[in-house]
Design a protein around this ligand. Structure first.
Ligand SMILES: Cc1cc2nc3c(=O)[nH]c(=O)nc-3n(C[C@H](O)[C@H](O)[C@H](O)COP(=O)(O)OP(=O)(O)OC[C@H]3O[C@@H](n4cnc5c(N)ncnc54)[C@H](O)[C@@H]3O)c2cc1C
Length: 445
């Protein structure tokens, strides 16, 4: 069982397949040198999650997580050969790098007469499954989500029983490399691992009642509170979903989806559909990881000179002088997470007030987010930049001041993160006009 983005024991069909027919499970994780490119927060989080997974495998099954460092196309076949495994089981990866890597690993295994078997994926509905009547993929979320709801999500897979055979630690020790030194994350890390993810989910499901009897948090209040960054109105499960310490199947199975469209559970399930949608878009159009989905925007003038770099540095430091923008960027640096509403605001500000390439912001997010995910992040950025699917039209420019008045009326969120504020680095009205001028130039061209 080669673990990648599915770092849990429960609800994991690939693991059940690996242990079926009395096969002995060798649990493997490969630290790919490419992972060094991920920022310190995400590497530190992964370190904690791998330790937790290893501990679970030791405590429950008397085995251990076999760690290797190196090219998966070398390491996976080497371990498969050492244990004479006929099949290497994985949860399928649909992102561009993962697909390329898996093709190479499958080829290397095939040379040895072994196979790579993909069973399940990190998504409720696998990318490529939701198709229009003519067999082509959807480009817009709403019709996608209708079919997504009809696709039928499997119930959670059962826990592996005590009778599953695991390779004993004594057999694995000889091949196991030490983990890696955890980098200084530079931000507060949440509790990690499968049990922590299930706890987070349980407390989100269990809405706490306020003194006046109104529901003030949790999934039932999700639709009312999810846009207010000062409140804990969202699940904070994105790092867990990113690393697979919990699967969306587990979440969907616990939700009552019989309510109206604006019911908390329904709206929450739509967010999981957005996650699947972006994975689907990236799967069908892998070049859109870093390139405009709407290629008409390739000709949009963006600034990349030294002055632009200086503006970018001010943005990354949370020193733009716009309260909600700075609060979001400082929350990101301090916690490795940022509220969704604020992600949209800071992204719009970078593209439409500072006229910088969305890719600069997307890269910064990938370096600092604990949940950094190429599909959700880069398509979230393309949405904000107006270059992507379902894109907010380019001419709709978020006004950071009115956004703050609307979503942080009492200023609690901004006060929490911004202790010292700077002078506004730009005049929003002027930059809005400039953004629209560039759009007109693009249209005329
Ligand atoms: C510019 C930008 C960049 C983003 N980058 C990422 C990223 O790297 N990784 C990431 O997981 N999400 C990303 N998002 C989506 C969203 O902001 C986060 O998923 C959400 O804030 C995570 O908090 P939560 O777990 O409390 O979400 P909840 O509101 O509790 O939602 C539950 C889950 O649904 C999924 N989800 C929610 N909103 C979205 C969305 N708009 N798109 C895709 N999935 C969604 C997430 O998996 C989330 O954990 C980005 C959005 C924008 C606008």
């Amino acid at each position: 069982m080669w673990f990648r983005r599915d770092l849990r024991i429960g609800d994991l069909p690939a693991l059940l397949a690996a242990g079926s027919d009395n096969q002995t499970v060798v649990p493997l994780f490969v630290i790919d040198p490419g992972f060094a490119r991920a920022g310190a927060p995400r590497r530190a989080l992964l370190h904690g999650i791998l330790n937790d997974l290893d501990q679970q495998i030791r405590d429950r099954f008397g085995s251990r997580l076999l760690i290797r460092h190196g090219d998966p196309a070398v390491e996976v076949p080497a371990i498969a050969a050492a244990f004479d495994a006929s099949t290497v089981y994985v949860s399928r990866d649909y992102a561009p790098y993962g697909r390329q890597r898996d093709t190479l690993v499958a080829a290397a295994l095939a040379e040895q007469g072994r196979s790579l078997a993909g069973v399940g994926s990190p998504y409720a509905v696998d990318p490529g499954r939701v198709l229009k009547g003519d067999g082509t993929p959807y480009k817009v979320f709403t019709p996608f989500s209708k079919i997504w709801r009809q696709a039928g999500v499997e119930p959670p897979a059962p826990d592996p029983g005590g009778d599953m055979a695991w390779a004993p630690t004594s057999a694995l020790d000889e091949y196991c490399h030490p983990l890696f030194d955890p980098p200084e994350p530079g931000c507060r890390l949440p509790s990690v691992g499968e049990a922590a993810a299930l706890d987070r989910w349980a407390s989100f499901l269990d809405a706490a009642s306020a003194a006046d009897g109104t529901m003030r948090s949790g999934v039932s209040a999700y639709n009312d509170l999810r846009d207010q960054p000062a409140l804990a109105g969202t699940s904070h499960l994105s790092p867990d979903l990113k690393w697979g310490t919990i699967h969306p199947r587990t979440l969907l199975a616990d939700l009552d989806l019989s309510g109206p469209k604006d019911d908390g559970a329904m709206v929450f399930s739509s967010e999981l559909a957005w996650r699947d949608f972006y994975a689907d878009v990236l799967f069908t159009q892998p070049h859109t990881a870093w390139k405009n989905l709407n290629t008409r925007f390739d000709a949009m003038p963006v600034d990349t000179d030294t002055a632009a770099r200086r503006r970018f540095d001010q943005w990354t430091a949370g020193e733009t002088g716009f309260g909600i923008v700075d609060a979001g960027l400082r929350q990101l640096l301090a916690t490795g997470w940022m509220h969704n509403r604020v992600r949209m605001i800071v992204a719009s500000f970078l593209v439409k007030d500072l006229h910088l390439p969305w890719q600069w912001g997307a890269r910064w997010f990938m370096q600092h987010l604990l949940d950094g995910d190429i599909a959700s992040n880069n398509h979230g950025w393309q949405w904000a930049a107006g270059t992507g699917t379902d894109a907010s039209p380019y001419f709709r420019v978020f006004n950071p001041t009115t956004q703050q008045e609307r979503y942080d009326r009492r200023g609690e969120y901004v006060d929490r993160w911004v202790k010292t504020s700077a002078e506004p680095m730009v005049d929003h009205g002027v930059e809005r006009e400039e953004a629209l001028r560039r759009l007109r130039m693009l249209r005329d061209a």
